[in-house]
Design a protein around this ligand. Sequence first.
Ligand code: B12
Ligand code: SF4
Length: 556
Amino acid sequence: MAKSLYLINPLADFPSYFSAEVFGAWGFAPATSMADLAIATVAALAPGDFEVRLCDENITPVDFDVAADFVGITGKVSQWGRMKSIAAEFRRRGKTVIIGGPYASLSPDMVRPHCDVLVRGEVEDIAPQLFADLMSGGWQREYIGTKVDLRISPVPRWDLYPNDRAVMGTIQTSRGCPFECEFCDVIEYVGRKQRHKPVDLVLRELDELYRFGYRTVFLADDNFTVYRSRAKELLAAIQEWNARQTDGRVRFTTQISIDAASDIEMLEMCADAGLTHVFIGIETPNEVSLREAKKRQNLKRNLLEEIQRIINYGISVDCGMIVGFDNDEVDIFRRQYDFAMATAVPIFSLGALVAPAATPLHARLAKAGRLVEEGAEIAATPWSTNVIPNKMTREELFEGIRWLCNSIYHPAAFEQRMLKLIDTLGSTRVPLFARQEAHAAKPRPVGTDGARMLQRIRHLGPDEESASSRSCGAIARPRARCSAACSNIVRSVTCTSAPGSGTRPLCRTPIRCGTGNCLARPSVGVLPRPLPDHAAADGAATAPAAIPGSRQGALR
Ligand code: B12
Ligand code: SF4
């Protein structure tokens, strides 16, 4: 007899740079920024005699009355609170709960008591056994997967997913990263030896996403460009694929490391294929901290120049920014601010150094007695950390982050970086992709909502109005080739609660942070010690002129 499986991607425990709570908060239907690949992939591994239903809780509520034999839950550390409560409710109702995914794999001891079946690691090769056991009723308490050969990857079941409410489709073309950043759990989870999906399989997945209406796709790789020859082979195939599409072309976004900037052919091929946006873990301009973190690939290079080179070739950049390394002094907040303002990068995903459970950093700090008692889960909370910093107090760290975040996301500061991006994107070379763009696809509802949000930003206040209208005006100028600006502006309105405040928002935008306070105009955060001459804590309206050393005044 057929069995049924209900697979859930739970809501995150808090908003993040990557989530899309802003849709719901502004009265649009809920949405997610990226379609969840984990549940769509596990669904594809289930044999035909399993009836599978998917629930991405970012889009639809969990149906606790579902008539399913098994409930499967995925999740990252940021979803652990919600994973636990969903599992508890289904178990209370007598369902058999299976938990897998990154968090279950990296923190199995935390997860084990909360499920009936724990699945650790990648499952493609153990899926036949797992599902056969579930079918026969003789399942084990725990399954451990291996580092699989991606040739056996199934095409995800996007036919079961609510595609209309996901901004981007998702494809993982490789797993693993050869670098060894001390704080990174990627290499613990999927390894340092990068494994690659065959090109024809990637194209089949692309066909499928295209069929479901996606015209923006996130390549969910840890480091897309690090194996140069393989990346170029795939890019050539993607470019050809994209040129063949008759109902609008696809834009891609992915994660790369900064070393890609020194390979001009790589930049040209990325941009020509339609890669319009990348995330790069820049982390810090403090070289001593980069060395401490074993972030070798960021050393001995001019980071500002290399970021700008990528932009000049037509690819906009988001940067990861970390403060609180052992070698960071309290002047780091100001140094990071100056660094950010010297770039044409609107979005920085900023956070304190955290020590995820399975990392070398966690082991080193545990040995030194420098982890706070709450454990690694605190690491997933925005503006918090499980690390006891070396050269500042935790209070100084949180105050500093708060100042830094308020400063780089002040509308005038954001505007300055955005205008620079619009002005320089593609200034060295206009990508083939941009030159070829002939036909537009039919707008998707989630995209139309994004455009409406863009229009509303100007009503938040005079600074937002200025930032929004100058940026939009600049995009409209013939010189501008900025395809990324609009989505950057919309993403800037996603924010999180301020450190230590519990309820106060960091920026002036209404988002779902659970407080309802976001519509009030908050004040700029408490200042870190190294900046005594900064604007008074309640001086939000005058902040642009008050940010020491900034050139924002010139924009007004
Ligand atoms: C793409 C990606 C993202 C995308 C997600 C896109 C999407 N919607 O799918 C974005 C950019 C949104 C993202 C965000 C974050 N991410 Co991320 N992300 C990744 C990345 C690079 C790939 C994940 C992926 O798509 N894998 C493909 C799917 C098919 O595989 P999988 O999820 O690994 O699952 C496999 C198995 O675990 C198993 N499985 C999974 N679930 C289940 C469930 C059941 C029931 C079963 C049986 C099996 C099973 O089957 C799959 C196939 O083998 C990984 C690193 C990596 N290489 O894994 C990090 C990673 C998962 N992310 C991580 C983190 C920390 C985050 C953030 C918290 C970062 C932050 N500080 O904000 C946020 C969280 C956002 C949120 N909503 O809560 C950590 C998780 C660590 C942990 N202990 O949980 C990872 C491992 C690495 C890292 N440090 O970035 N991420
Ligand atoms: S480059 Fe990125 S994915 Fe690779 S080890 Fe460093 S942080 Fe992890």
